[in-house]
Design a protein around this ligand. Structure first.
Ligand SMILES: [Fe+2]
Ligand SMILES: [Fe+2]
Length: 275
C-alpha cells in the first residue's frame, strides 16, 4: 500500500501567482509516483467550495483517490458564507473527508485525520495570553476569516476529544494520522533574532502554529506510527521521533520556494509512505 502525502498546496494562490491552473501538473506528479491513495493535510485552497473543486479535479485527472483534512485556509468564511462551522461541515460531508471517518487502508492499517487547531501553547512561555490575542488581531488573518464562535483553546479541545475517541477504538490497528497543525513545539518557528523584523513576525505567529496537547496525545499511542501535518511552510521531509515517522513536507507559496520550477517543487513536497 503506497500513500502519497502532501500539504499546503494552496492551489488558488499558487495558480494565480504562476498564471496557470496547477491541478493538471499536480495530477501528473501523482501519476508518475502512482500511489494507491493521496492524502492532503490541509490548505488545499481558501474556503470549502474551492477546496472541493480542486480535490475533485486532482482526483479525476490523476485517477487516484484523495483523502483530505481541512487547514485554516479551508474554513475561511467571508460573512456572506456563514461561519467556519459551515465551511467545515461542507468539507466533512464530502467523500474525500477523513473527519470522524477513519479509513481502513488494509486489514492492518487505518488512516485517521481531522483539521486540528491551535491553543497558543507554543507561545505562552514567551508571552501572556492577552499579548497573543492582541498579536492575533493585528497580523493573523484567521482573526477575521476563521469564525467559530468560541475561543481557540476550546476548539482545539473539541478536536482532541474527537480524535481520542477514534484512537481508543482503533487500539488494535496501525495508524497513519494526519491533521493540519503542528503537534510538537520543536517544529514551531522560534527566531533566534527576535529584534529582526522577520524574526519578530515568526515569533508573533508561533502561538497559532499548533498545540503541545496534540503531541502529548499522539505520544500516548504507540500504534500511531505516522504523523502527517503542515501549516508551517517549511519542508522537513520525514523524521523519526519517539518511534513515529513525522512527515512535515508542505508545498507552501511560490515566494517561499527554492526554485521557480513547479515540477521540481511539487516533487520535493510529495512524500511517499509505503506501508
Ligand atoms: Fe498553508
Ligand atoms: Fe495553514
Amino acid at each position: 500500500m503506497k500513500i502519497l502525502s502532501f500539504s499546503d498546496l494552496h492551489v488558488d494562490y499558487n495558480s494565480a501567482e504562476l498564471k496557470r491552473d496547477l491541478t493538471g501538473e499536480i495530477a501528473d506528479c501523482i501519476k508518475r509516483i502512482a500511489p494507491d491513495r493521496v492524502i492532503v493535510a490541509g490548505d488545499m485552497a481558501g474556503g470549502a467550495e474551492r477546496c472541493i473543486r480542486y480535490i475533485e479535479e486532482i482526483q479525476e485527472r490523476s485517477g487516484v483517490p484523495l483523502s483530505y483534512v481541512p487547514g485554516n485556509h479551508s474554513i475561511w468564511a467571508a460573512s456572506k458564507d456563514g461561519d467556519s462551522w459551515q465551511q467545515y461541515e461542507r468539507l466533512r460531508a464530502h467523500p474525500s473527508s477523513l473527519i470522524d471517518k477513519p479509513l481502513a487502508l488494509t486489514d492492518e492499517w487505518v488512516l485517521v485525520g481531522d483539521m486540528g487547531w491551535y491553543d497558543y501553547s507554543f507561545g505562552l512561555t514567551q508571552k501572556t495570553r492577552a499579548e497573543i490575542v492582541k498579536d492575533k488581531s493585528m497580523i493573523w488573518k484567521d482573526s477575521v476569516m476563521a469564525r467559530w464562535g468560541m475561543e481557540d483553546e476550546e476548539l482545539t479541545d473539541r478536536m482532541l476529544d474527537k480524535l481520542r475517541k477514534q484512537f481508543e477504538q482503533l487500539r488494535g490497528k496501525r495508524i497513519v494520522f494526519a491533521n493540519h497543525f503542528i503537534p510538537y513545539v520543536d517544529y514551531a518557528p522560534l527566531s533566534q533574532r527576535p529584534e529582526h523584523p522577520m524574526g519578530k513576525v515568526w515569533n508573533m505567529i508561533r502561538p497559532f502554529m499548533g498545540s503541545t496537547k496534540l503531541g502529548e496525545q499522539l505520544d500516548q499511542y504507540e500504534n500511531i506510527e505516522y504523523v502527517i501535518f503542515g501549516h508551517k511552510h517549511w519542508r522537513h521531509g520525514v523524521e523519526e521521533r519517539n518511534g513515529k515517522q513525522i512527515v512535515c513536507n508542505p508545498l507552501g507559496y511560490v515566494k517561499e520556494w527554492v526554485t521557480d520550477d513547479f515540477a521540481t517543487e511539487i516533487r520535493s513536497a510529495a512524500t511517499l509512505i509505503e506501508l
